[in-house]
Design a protein around this ligand. Structure first.
Ligand code: FAD
Ligand code: SF4
Length: 470
């Protein structure tokens, strides 16, 4: 028990779950971390200091009750921990796997001061995986069903977070997605070495048991109109993500062998999951020298996918230094272990080649004054051009929202960066300029994180409940 050793963090160091050997794991599309054994999860959870002001909770975007569920795990009380962790998070097993914990909860753990943060993410994943394996399901026995129903556009983390809160309050969510499976980028973006697809399949079954209905292969604006949704449902939530590809804007970007990051990743997922409609869609880098441009999570996923496909060399060129990379540190370290070479302070200026890619011309950069976001701006070092030889190039510069034409017809306002205007602290949280339509996730805040999309979906659901008077 807790009193038996309040100084566990001194005797027991931080211990991440066992990681598969880099050579073995870089040949397969499977998660790289082994599950915790119960005694390891308990002793790691017991390292928590229960500081009076848990900074981890504040830093976690959904404000998980972290010290409380760590204590339950240290006592072996997994089912209660699962109940508690689902009070604030709709997909804790996903966040435990893919959150950049070093920048969020674990980054603010008091034990970071020389002892090593508690492995919060891994324990969070352990709780839900173990509880599901024990047969635990969210308790819906006290839900009183209303006659209200809400249409949700998008089965990504924002849409799922919204549906979770609505169904627990007796409001029927019907989720429309153009994809053949739920998850949004969790399924058709993030590769299996970070999040195996069986995790979302299991979650889909749980959501369906709870009463959430999914209408898949259904694109709003093509297979069903927004007018139909507004007529047939009491409110609408939009969690449609950001899918407009950001171009580099340099010469050679259209040469054969240059690929958009998400096209490449989706083609690989479709190939691995059997969703491929035409084998010609699959992009394989087997036996090729690949240069990935960018420094975020998407770039890291492309690097590691290329390694697994059998590329002979994978280099990742990024215009700032390692310290200023937006991607998760943990994933950068994993990529490096698997053989990715990082070329920091390199800015691409052209893709070169006769009819097809032969290399990427880059210039060296040094960091100058901070920009409006406080990140130091890269400045070009004169006379530093070089060409990195390549057979294939992946451009991973991020994504922007892509508002459909029907926004205009229904008075749904967007800002100067095409993001839907749906303020958290408006009259009702995440209500758009159309009173019956709410929105959240990447399409409101711009490309961000799974956990922030979940948070916004859940908060928007609270706004919808208020709107419906439930
Ligand atoms: P999405 O997940 O994009 O879901 C939107 C859904 O809406 C999609 O399923 C789409 O098909 C559907 N949709 C859109 N329009 C329509 C329509 N008209 N009709 C029907 N359906 C529609 N974040 C992390 O926290 N950790 C990571 O490790 C991480 N890795 C990433 C790796 C990659 C390659 C990418 C691209 C992103 C990554 N992210 C990561 C970011 C994270 O995935 C997103 O921030 C998050 O998925 C956004 O959730 P969302 O629900 O807003 O949108
Ligand atoms: Fe940490 Fe993310 Fe879990 Fe919050 S949701 S505790 S930030 S891993």
């Amino acid at each position: 028990n807790r009193l038996s050793n309040d100084f566990q963090f001194i005797d027991v160091g931080r211990q991440d779950p066992q990681k598969k050997d880099a050579r073995a794991r870089s040949r397969e599309f499977a998660e790289i971390y082994e599950p915790y054994k119960p005694q390891d999860a308990a002793s790691q959870a017991h390292r928590c200091l229960h500081c009076g002001n848990p900074y981890c909770e504040w830093k976690c975007p959904v404000h998980n009750y972290i010290p409380n569920w760590l204590q339950l795990v240290s006592e072996g009380n997994i089912l209660e921990a699962a109940e508690l962790s689902h009070k604030t998070n709709s997909l804790p097993e996903v966040c435990g796997r893919v959150c950049p914990q070093d920048r969020l909860c674990e980054g603010d753990c008091t034990l970071n001061d020389g002892f090593g943060a508690v492995t919060i993410g891994s324990v969070e994943k352990y709780i839900t995986d173990t509880a599901f394996a024990m047969g635990w399901r969210p308790d819906m026995s006290r839900v009183t069903w209303t006659d209200r129903k809400v249409a949700i556009i998008g089965a990504g983390p924002a849409g799922l977070g919204c549906a979770d809160i609505l169904v627990r309050n007796g409001v029927k969510p019907v989720v429309f997605d153009r994809n053949p499976e739920i998850g949004g980028l969790l399924t058709f973006g993030i590769p299996e070495f970070k999040l195996e697809k069986s995790v979302m399949e299991r979650r889909r079954a749980v959501f369906e048991e709870m009463g959430i209905e999914f209408r898949l292969n259904a694109e709003v604006g093509r297979d069903v109109t927004i007018e139909q949704l507004l007529d047939e449902y009491d409110a609408v939530f939009m969690g449609m993500g950001t899918y407009k590809y950001m171009e580099g804007g340099f010469p050679g970007e259209n040469l054969a062998g240059v690929h958009k990051a998400l096209d490449y990743l989706i083609a690989n997922v479709n190939h691995c999951l059997g969703f491929e409609k035409d084998p010609a869609e699959y992009i394989s880098f087997k036996g090729q020298r690949v240069v990935v441009l960018g420094g975020g999570d998407t770039a890291m996923d492309c690097n590691r996918t290329a390694i697994r496909q059998g590329a002979t060399q994978v280099s990742c060129a990024y215009r700032r230094d390692e310290e200023n990379m937006p991607g998760s540190r943990k994933e950068v370290a994993n990529a490096r272990e698997e053989g990715v070479e990082f070329l920091f302070n390199r800015q691409p200026v052209a893709v070169v080649g006769e009819g097809k890619v032969e290399g990427v011309k880059v210039v060296r950069t040094r960091l100058g004054e901070p920009d409006e976001n406080g990140r130091r701006r890269p400045e070009v070092v004169p006379g530093s051009e070089e060409v990195i030889p390549a057979d294939a190039v992946v451009v991973a510069f991020g994504f922007q929202p892509d508002p459909p034409a029907w926004f205009n017809d229904h008075g749904i306002a967007i800002d100067e960066r095409d993001r839907v205007k749906a303020p958290e602290h408006g009259a009702l949280p995440f209500q758009t300029t159309h009173e019956k339509i709410f929105a959240g996730g990447d399409m409101v805040r711009g490309s961000d994180l799974v956990v922030t999309a979940i948070y916004e979906g859940r908060q928007a659901a609270e706004g919808i409940l208020d709107y419906l008077g439930v």
